[in-house]
Design a protein around this ligand. Structure first.
Ligand code: NAD
Ligand code: MG
Length: 382
């Protein structure tokens, strides 16, 4: 019998983190070494009681210090411990499922220490793709995509040589406003924007899906994961979310990956690759009729898409700036301080004002992130 894989789940209390624990429960050979969460401490405690990790990291000292954890695990309080568990020599695999820029440092630590990185946190590559890839080359770390589109591309791309890839086609559900007229989008509410038609996800990514900033971030993510230029990436609207993305080879053969929408499948594949094992995801049901629709995206109603292609071409510090501006804008929209249709326009304005760095260091990325959040705050109060 092979020894179990020791896994650290960063962001265990989130949508991806909870699905990952479901996968760990259903398949053999995985042991949870550490879990982390920032809020929902009751849930974090419950997860510790069920999965018996060695460590629990509670990232926010303000909420965690007064909380009495009932667990045998060692409880580490403070975000600095995310890096500690991501680089612990006993850990084989790190699932990066924290949301936003907050997930970058621990994901980078995992890569620097040669771990398998199962990467859900797309913001990590959007902001610091060049640092992550360079660190992976140095350490030999494997980066396995968890984002469903990128997992699909990773699966489809294995059917040909990398040199024979012509383009990758990212599918997008189109979000809740796919059929809204431009005028109707001005007044959309937080509740409408959070109601994704095909996926049940965290709040930030749900808003990103509604603006299609999520697809913009995924364009940039794909560029870094598959070492492909922005001009070889296409986006297609596929409202059913059954085909999760495609790869077209130079002979014009297109390979697609399909499965019912369930994040547990791409999470599991990132953990077990190159193996496939039976898991909790459902089989495709061909005893009922299905329809697969494909439409070109509307670049006018969803200006985030063009922004995504531009940032993928520009590289450097542009990803950090757009990402931070978007995080700040989404949080202001959720607080009802910014209108839905201002999110992307404000991000573009912040991007246009920034001092571009072509090869930013980690410290420069942190500074760019902070600067963009401040600029967005000014934009909102202006
Ligand atoms: P979520 O909001 O449900 O969960 C986020 C997790 O990160 C929670 O455990 C939370 O406690 C933790 N966290 C939040 N802020 C933190 C901080 N500042 N420091 C430390 N921990 C913090 O988010 P989610 O939907 O699970 O998404 C997680 C990541 O995966 C995102 O980057 C998202 O884009 C990506 N992703 C999610 C899905 C999905 O289906 N939910 C699909 C593809 C990709
Ligand atoms: Mg996705």
């Amino acid at each position: 019998m092979t020894s179990p894989q020791h896994i650290a789940i960063l962001g265990a209390t989130g949508s991806v983190g909870r699905s990952a624990l479901d996968v760990v429960k259903s398949i053999d050979g995985m042991e949870v070494f550490a879990i982390s969460g920032r809020s929902q401490l009751d849930l974090l405690e419950q997860q510790a009681q069920e999965f018996h990790p060695k460590y629990v990291v509670a990232a926010d000292p303000v909420t965690a210090t007064p909380f009495q954890f009932r667990t045998d695990a060692e409880v580490l309080i403070g975000a600095e411990h995310l890096k500690t568990i991501a680089s612990d020599p006993r850990v084989d695999t790190v699932l990066a499922s924290i949301v936003g820029f907050a997930g970058l440092e621990s994901a980078l630590a995992a890569v620097e220490h040669g771990k398998r990185l199962a990467l859900a946190n797309k913001e990590t590559l959007v902001v610091g793709g060049h640092l992550i890839n360079a660190a992976a080359v140095r350490s030999g770390a494997e980066i396995l995509p968890v984002d469903s589109e990128h997992s699909a591309i990773f699966q489809a791309i294995q059917s040909g040589k990398r040199s024979a890839v012509k383009k990758i086609v990212l599918t997008a559900s189109g979000g809740p406003f796919r059929e809204f007229h431009a005028d109707e989008m001005h007044g959309v509410t937080v509740e409408q924007a959070l109601a994704h038609p095909t996926w049940d996800m965290g709040r930030k990514i749900s808003i990103d899906s509604a603006t299609m900033m999520n697809k913009a971030l995924e364009i940039i993510e794909a560029k870094w994961l598959f070492d492909i230029s922005a001009d070889q990436i296409e986006v297609v609207i596929h409202p059913q979310s059954l085909i999760h993305s495609m790869v077209t080879f130079v002979d014009n053969s297109t390979m697609a990956q399909m499965s019912p929408p369930d994040m547990r499948l791409p999470i599991q594949y990132a953990l077990t690759w190159p193996d496939r094992v039976a898991g909790p995801a459902a089989d495709f049901d061909f005893s009922v009729a299905h329809q697969f629709d494909f439409h070109p995206p509307d670049f006018d109603r969803f200006p985030a898409l063009e922004l995504g292609f531009e940032v993928a071409r520009t590289g450097g510090s542009a990803g950090a700036v757009v990402n931070a501006a978007n995080e700040a804008a989404v949080s202001a929209f959720l607080d009802r301080k910014l209108s839905f249709t201002d999110i992307v326009g404000a991000c573009r304005e912040v991007l246009e004002q920034h001092n571009f760095e072509s090869h930013p260091t980690f410290e420069q990325l942190v500074a760019a992130d902070r600067w963009a959040r401040q600029e967005m705050a000014k934009w909102i109060t202006a």
